[in-house]
Design a protein around this ligand. Structure first.
Ligand code: UDH
Ligand code: NGS
Length: 421
């Protein structure tokens, strides 16, 4: 017969073994399995943004902030910092994305204490292997920007990148020009740092899996391969819209992006064609990881469908060397180092140039067209900078900030000084 005393002994031994097993399982590598149990007991996030607390591959996804407390505790090794591992241990796979109404930029700032002025970050405990600039074309989408910043900062931190976020804000009300803003972003970002990869990123696309790493491939990469609005499939083979990634060398090879697509549509297809005209291929992540959720919206005011886009696309082969990075003319109106991003406001003019009104109003029966043309010459509206901790505005840069030749010079220098990684 088993006595009561030994029953207790067996019970304690059993509980002890359970504890040891749990401790082993909760170590790195087993976290995903344990997270399932943890999630059941944890309180929901106070912001209401994160639905789950940890990452679980193959399920609805985890909280994008889940692993970050590890970084906050990490201490800096000063000069002797080792390189970060090739694959970040903070990567967790699928991310749960939703868009609650109460989120504020202050809350995003609070949740990202290691992000410094201008939206810059580098891992505190290891040397980043990659330097990535995010370029976001923007006008009147502050609401979307807030969500993108909420998700993008922790997403990039989990990938242990040295990164910076640039919002390129089109001044005035003249027809929007996404591709030209990207050219501006490329030039302005490269003036600040020797970025080795640039991500051109629509403001309304939120990545849903952090295995979709924001580093460049040997060919230009189309990252937004699987969007919710297209049923998580590529809509057509040559699609290059939403989010794409190029090295400075790729960018130069294809003469950047076109400057003359005013309004919605076609510019991303033109960029896709430029990739092959520049002698390169489109690389893509797998549909499993290149997933994005789009913040739903309608076509914006000031971004009407461009009726000329098909004619223009038919001529890309003839025009790509004549129009692109080598001809991008703009004036930088201000550069603001905000807590979560660098806001660059630019006058990109109209079809007629920087200071002249457009030749004919682009949209019939719109007196607004004229007013908008004038507005483009006026100082910028500072909508993206409302909550700025403002730095002194830069002196407006007249014309191209760096010529292609200068950049190429810099790039060959860069290649020769690249550290052995
Ligand atoms: N963008 C702005 N402000 C604008 C217009 C565009 O910031 O006024 C930027 C923003 O980064 C956006 C990107 O340009 O994510 C692309 O513009 P878009 O979101 O309007 O284009 P998309 O193709 O959606 O993603 C269009 C929805 C309806 C298209 C119907 C056409 N038949
Ligand atoms: C194509 C457009 C692209 C656009 C894509 C997806 O037809 O610019 O649809 O559009 N090309 C032309 O119009 C030539 S979307 O469904 O996101 O509105 O990106």
């Amino acid at each position: 017969m088993v006595s009561i005393q030994s029953k207790w002994r067996y019970l304690f031994m059993f509980l002890g073994i359970q504890l040891v097993v749990m401790a082993l399982l909760s170590r790195e590598g087993y976290q995903k399995r344990v997270s399932y149990f943890i999630r059941i007991f944890r309180k929901p996030d106070t912001t209401g943004v994160s639905g789950c607390n940890h990452t679980t591959a193959g399920t609805a996804g985890g909280d994008v902030y889940a692993n970050l407390s590890h970084i906050f505790k990490a201490h800096n090794h000063g000069d002797e910092m080792p390189y970060c591992p090739k694959t970040s241990p903070l990567i967790g796979g699928p991310i749960h994305v939703k868009f609650p109404s109460g989120l504020t930029l202050a809350e995003v700032q609070r949740k990202n204490p290691l992000v410094v002025r201008g939206g810059r970050y580098r891992p505190p405990d290891c040397g980043a292997r990659h330097r990535t600039a995010i370029i976001i074309p923007h006008r009147h989408r502050e609401h979307h920007l807030k969500f993108l910043l909420y998700y993008l900062h922790p997403f990039l931190q989990r990938q242990q990148l040295n990164y910076g976020i640039y919002v390129i804000h089109q001044a005035g009300n003249y027809t929007f020009n996404r591709a030209k803003l990207m050219n501006v972003g490329f030039r302005e970002a490269m003036k600040e740092e020797d970025w080795d990869c640039l991500f051109f990123h629509d403001v309304d696309l939120i990545p849903e899996d952090d295995r979709n790493t924001y580093v460049c491939d040997s060919n230009p990469k189309h990252a937004a391969i699987a969007m919710d609005k297209f049923g998580y499939k590529l809509p057509y083979k040559m699609y290059f819209g939403g989010v794409s990634a190029l090295t400075p060398l790729h960018y130069l090879k294809m003469n950047g992006f076109p400057n003359n697509y005013w309004g919605w549509g076609g510019e991303d297809d033109d960029i896709g064609v430029r990739v092959s005209l520049g002698g390169m291929y489109i690389s893509r992540p797998s549909v499993k990881v290149g997933r994005y959720k789009m913040i739903k919206h309608k076509l914006d005011k000031g971004n009407d469908v461009n009726p000329k886009r098909f004619n223009m696309l038919a001529k890309t082969r003839q025009t790509w060397k004549l129009d692109g990075m080598n001809t991008a003319e703009y004036e930088t109106i201000s550069r603001q180092y905000m807590p979560l991003y660098t806001n660059i406001t630019v006058n990109i003019g109209t079809e007629a140039g920087l200071h002249r009104p457009p030749p004919t109003p682009p949209h019939p029966a719109k007196a607004a067209g004229k007013a908008a043309g004038k507005a483009a010459d006026k100082p910028a509206d500072k909508t993206a900078g409302k909550t700025a901790d403002k730095a002194p505005a830069e002196v407006p840069a007249k014309g191209p900030a760096k010529t292609s030749a200068k950049l190429e010079e810099g790039l060959s220098e860069k290649k020769s000084t690249l550290r052995d990684r």
